[in-house]
Design a protein around this ligand. Structure first.
Ligand SMILES: Nc1ncnc2c1ncn2[C@@H]1O[C@H](COP(=O)(O)OP(=O)(O)OP(=O)(O)O)[C@@H](O)[C@H]1O
Ligand SMILES: [Mg+2]
Length: 190
């Protein structure tokens, strides 16, 4: 019970809860991007949010992991499946949840596919994009200056995704930094 109370007060949980409470599901519904280091509970919260969108709001959600998504699209192209069939469902679904956005090698193919999906959804007001990522929202220097956050050598999410995708996400999403300890390390400690 105490653990659950602590969870309810956790800043990342509160931010996602606030986003869900304001959910209206219309075309201008803001999306949600959870950024943070490994083990901060991002995938856990993304799945919980997708579940609430489905059951409480009755809005369809497609949940995908970024590198699987890229691999399946590449495989589809190799089999000469048409682009409309490959990308259509990702563009048309009312809510698209992408776990581990930007993961992979950062190839031109990955960037181009993400650009297609994000731009088309943005232009069509298709509905919110939800995502998690390990890529930080701020630079390592800015993070170092704020000593509550640790540093890492990753590029920022903006650098990773490129200007076109980043511009659209900034206009259409709420950004939340998943802070705190790594659950994988702390769980089991009293
Ligand atoms: N609030 C929580 N209380 C207890 N355990 C949690 C909580 N949130 C997540 N966990 C557990 O901690 C582990 C890490 O959570 P999760 O996979 O969501 O982290 P993540 O931020 O997505 O990590 P990564 O960046 O490595 O993908 C999982 O086993 C998950 O079940
Ligand atoms: Mg995760």
């Amino acid at each position: 019970m105490e653990t659950f109370k602590a969870e309810l007060a956790r800043p990342t949980f509160v931010a996602v809860r606030r986003w869900l409470d304001a959910f209206h599901g219309r075309g201008d519904q803001p999306g949600l991007v959870l950024s943070g280091e490994p083990g901060r509970g991002k995938t856990h919260l993304l799945a919980a949010a997708a579940r609430e969108i489905t059951f409480r709001y009755g809005v369809g959600v497609r949940f995908v992991e970024f590198s699987h998504l890229i691999a399946s699209i590449r495989e589809g192209y190799d089999r000469h499946v048409g682009e409309a069939r490959l990308l259509g469902p990702l563009v048309q679904v009312p809510c698209l949840a992408i776990d581990e956005l930007g993961k992979g090698k950062g190839t031109d193919f990955e960037t181009a596919i993400l650009d297609e999906i994000v731009s088309r959804r943005y232009n069509a007001h298709a509905g919110p994009l939800l995502a998690t990522t390990n890529f930080p929202l701020r630079t390592a220097r800015a993070r170092r200056d704020n000593d509550s956050l640790s540093t890492n050598a990753l590029p920022t999410l903006a650098e990773r995704l490129g200007d076109r995708v980043w511009s659209r996400l900034q206009d259409s999403c709420v950004f939340v930094e998943a802070v705190g300890d790594d659950f994988r390390v702390t769980r089991g400690r009293g």
